[in-house]
Design a protein around this ligand. Structure first.
Ligand code: GLA
Length: 384
């Protein structure tokens, strides 16, 4: 049974009514990491793993929400929307809170939620839940928000309700995804275009470290501040600079002496990573997969040494594939401190790769290595 059918069936059993069912996917990011909140460039794609929400009106002003994955159930009083002591309900509550802040008043609803986006793997399982909720409420209440408005609303929910100052990439990709394509998104102008993800005999494979270190959320917000600190100093001489996206290599080098060495490293990584996104788009266009692969390795080195958001497990996985001729490139993906590496692997060698490095990874970390072959998918939608 598909997850869409599962949530529909549970809803029918629990509420004796037929719900509407919506889905919103997780995402991968080919390149352009930690650039989104710096107004920079990213190259994500939506995947075929998603969050599914069966939803329908609740008559009493109180909604019952069921998480099929956690076998958990909560009752929500819509006249008092506040943070929930449990974790998952807050992803839905944050969205309601934002609609209210927009002057809307979504009616109470019942819901059944399930997802097959692996949690903590850096595939944006939380953004998928937030966007499916925002998308579903928008449809139910006929608010007519655009996908971009919904992405921005979901981002605000994550900032204010979850406390993570994320960029726009995850929500944007979850709403705008298109099967077979990546999106080249300019996170300053929010202009984007789709580019076919044509990898000939190669596939995108994720290698999952199976770890998520505590540092992930605190260091994320610290990185953001460090970037802003760099901008603040450069801006004194260049008032036109609003975000790191506006900083050129020349500007950065001229200001090197004025920046704390740590802040310089952070800024250097972001400025270079933005350039790599354009180079990667060019490489994809030309079918130069070798070039694309090298850019991934460069990106990882920047994330490891300059931005310092990698970890031992991620570095080990990149190191283990680096000398394999059938792997063109690899890097850590997403916020960092755990989750997956993204790899470009020859389609005939995926199993061999996992068989070879799996035991080495386990021996070094004590953790089983899981892998996922990425299949791109469409963005948020209603499932009829
Ligand atoms: C997380 C955030 C995104 C982005 C990435 C790093 O996934 O949610 O906004 O900043 O980290 O590129």
């Amino acid at each position: 049974m598909s997850l869409a059918e599962k949530v529909r069936q549970i809803y029918q059993q629990q509420f004796a009514e037929t719900p509407r069912v919506f889905s919103a996917p997780g995402r991968v990011n080919i390149i352009g990491e930690h650039t989104d909140y710096n107004g920079g460039l990213v190259l994500p794609a939506a995947i075929d793993k998603a969050a599914y929400l069966a939803i329908g009106p609740a008559n009493s002003g109180r909604g019952r929400w069921i998480s099929a994955d956690f076998s958990d159930e909560v009752e929500i009083d819509f006249s008092r929307i506040t943070k929930h002591p449990g974790r998952w309900p807050n992803y839905l509550l944050g969205i309601i809170d934002q609609f209210r802040k927009d002057g809307r008043d979504p009616r109470a609803f019942n819901a059944v939620l399930a997802a097959d986006v692996p949690i903590g793997a850096g595939l944006s399982s939380s953004a998928a839940i937030e966007t499916v909720t925002a998308y579903a409420i928008n449809e139910l209440e006929q608010y007519n928000y655009s996908k971009l408005d919904l992405a921005l609303l979901a981002q605000r929910a994550e900032h204010e309700y979850i406390g993570l100052k994320v960029g726009i990439m995850d929500m944007f990709a979850s709403l705008h995804g298109k099967q077979g394509h990546v999106m080249r998104l300019d996170c300053r102008s929010l202009d984007y275009y789709y580019a076919p993800l044509d990898l000939a005999n190669y596939k995108i494979v994720l290698l999952d470290t199976g770890v998520k270190h505590e540092l992930a959320s605190s260091e994320y917000n610290v990185r953001r501040q460090q970037c802003e600190e760099g901008v603040g100093i450069i801006r004194k001489d260049h008032p036109e600079v609003k975000q790191l996206r506006d900083v050129t290599t020349d500007m950065l080098e001229t200001h090197k002496g004025m920046l704390d060495p740590l802040i310089y490293k952070r800024c250097y990584y972001v400025v270079e990573e933005n350039k790599r996104v354009d180079k990667a788009c060019e490489a994809l266009r030309q079918g130069s997969l070798d070039k694309l692969g090298l850019l991934l390795y460069e990106s990882h080195a920047g994330l490891q040494y300059d931005y310092e958001v990698s970890c031992r497990e991620l570095d080990l996985l990149v190191k283990l594939v680096k000398d394999e001729t059938f792997v063109l490139g690899a890097r850590m993906m997403g916020g960092g401190f755990g989750g997956c590496t993204i790899n470009i692997v020859h389609k005939d060698s995926i199993e061999a790769l996992v068989e070879k490095i799996g035991p080495v990874y386990k021996e070094n970390t004590g953790t089983e290595l899981h892998h996922y072959e990425v299949v791109t998918g469409d963005g948020a939608r209603e499932i009829s």
